[in-house]
Design a protein around this ligand. Structure first.
Ligand code: FAD
Length: 407
């Protein structure tokens, strides 16, 4: 039987490779980096993503490293008024989030891939594909080819080259705001133990502190720190110097001073840029898109890695249950359609309230939305948005929700 190619060794690609290998498929991964490695700082695994990891047998490992998050809590800098207060326990079932360092998630998945002896062609960037209706052949940046394959799964992220080659008809929006991110020592700042804490000034200032746990059981606990940054102004901010940047932040949130003291140069910060795109159909012939290659957005709702894991589960399920390949691809597209669209829409709606230039939206957020958010059933609704469960994501992906009660 021909192999299945998976482009990209991020959360989507690694989870996909494990699921298909467990199901008896012959899989080959292709990754542009020589040493596959995670990009960025921390992220929140939601009950959705955690349930997929549990099915892969990785829950205990990641749970031991990550930091439990029960609450998302944001206040207005000027008034101190709470403008975001979402608690997972407003929803059913004892759900919670788990904030992790990206490297912790990456290592858990990558170690399992190595253990399963799944081949990774590393240091090879995929740049094009041909024969997508039959047996796809991949064109690599070094001029070589790989394949033919039975199926190509593109998990190469928001800036996927295959996606841009095959999906000319889909529109992508570059978002004006990104963020500077750093991973810093948690001991440097007293923080809310089980919360993502944010401070806002209108919608153009957002500062966040997220405890993200450790990389190894005996390791030191870390905090992911982020500062919302208009991408077009990032060069000016850097030219004005690190001290000016820190002084501004400490002016907004004095308790961050010791934490920021750990940052000695811009090289400790990553400027993340965000795009928004939702493929209308995440497949072209026998090339299937999963994760950020299929749908990307700002991380405001903290769903991206979780959606990527759900995509992988849904595609694995469809390939397992449907012997005809084209029908299996169609089944995957159907299975993820509504959940993906709903959360992409919600992310598009919420983002300008937190990262944007509109004073009117910020005023609405502070004066109206924050009040409405306290009136039932809003707390429960918000909890299910953050948990990724507003629309049942489990049944269509063939995933059983983890039994949270025992945590
Ligand atoms: C700052 C920030 C904070 C975030 N916070 C959260 C959060 O709290 N919760 C959450 O769920 N999500 C969060 N996200 C989103 C999340 O990181 C992504 O949705 C997730 O990483 C998508 O996984 P992926 O595997 O699809 O893509 P990626 O993680 O982007 O992985 C793609 C892989 O493909 C490889 N690749 C790229 N191009 C090629 C090529 N041409 N050939 C071969 N390989 C290639 C890359 O090197 C990489 O290894 C955040 C994102 C950012 C930027």
């Amino acid at each position: 039987m021909d192999k299945i190619a998976i482009c990209g060794a991020g959360p989507a690609g690694l989870a996909m490779a494990l699921m298909l290998t467990h199901a008896g498929h012959d899989v080959e991964m292709i990754e542009r980096f020589v040493e596959p490695a995670p990009v960025g700082s921390g992220l929140i695994l939601q009950p959705t993503g955690l349930s997929v990891l549990a099915e892969l047998g990785l829950y205990d490992r990641i749970r031991a490293l990550g930091h439990r998050i029960d609450r998302l809590w944001g206040t207005d800098i000027g008034s101190g008024r709470a403008v975001l207060d979402v608690r997972y326990d407003a929803g059913p079932g004892g759900r919670f989030g788990l904030a992790v360092q990206r490297s912790a998630l990456f290592s858990a998945l990558h170690d399992a891939v190595v253990e399963a002896r799944i081949p990774i062609l590393s240091g090879r960037a995929v740049c094009d594909v041909r024969d997508i209706a039959g047996k796809p052949i991949l064109e690599l940046a070094d001029g070589e080819q790989a394949g033919p394959y039975r199926l190509v799964i593109d998990a190469s992220g928001a800036r996927s080259q295959l996606m841009s080659r095959l999906c000319h008809d889909e529109s992508t929006q570059e978002l004006a705001y990104g963020a500077f991110w750093a991973t810093l020592d948690a001991a440097a700042m007293p923080h809310e133990p089980n919360a993502l804490v944010q401070r806002y000034d209108k919608a153009n200032v957002m500062i966040g502190v997220l405890p993200v746990g450790r990389l190894a059981p005996e390791g030191r606990d870390k905090i992911a720190f982020f500062w919302s940054q208009k991408v077009a102004e990032a060069d000016n901010v850097m030219a004005a110097g690190l001290d000016a940047w820190k002084t501004r932040i400490v002016g907004y949130w004095p308790e961050t001073a010791a934490l920021l003291g750990e940052i000695a140069g811009w090289d400790q910060l990553t400027l993340a840029r965000y795009q928004h795109r939702t493929l209308r159909r995440p497949a072209r012939g026998r090339v299937v898109f999963i994760g950020d290659a299929a749908h990307c957005t700002s991380p405001q709702l903290g769903q991206g890695a979780n959606m990527a894991l759900l995509d992988a589960a849904a595609l694995a399920r469809s390939l397992r249950e449907e012997p005809d390949l084209d029908a299996a691809i169609a089944g995957y597209c159907r299975a993820r359609r509504y959940h993906v669209r709903l959360f992409q829409l919600l992310s598009r709606m919420f983002t300008p309230f937190y990262q944007g230039d509109s004073a009117a939206l910020a005023f609405m957020r502070d004066q109206v939305v924050s009040t409405l958010a306290r009136i039932p059933p809003a707390p429960r609704l918000l909890a299910s948005i953050v948990a990724g469960t507003l629309l049942d994501p489990f049944a269509s992906a063939g995933v059983a929700e983890h039994a949270w009660a025992r945590d």
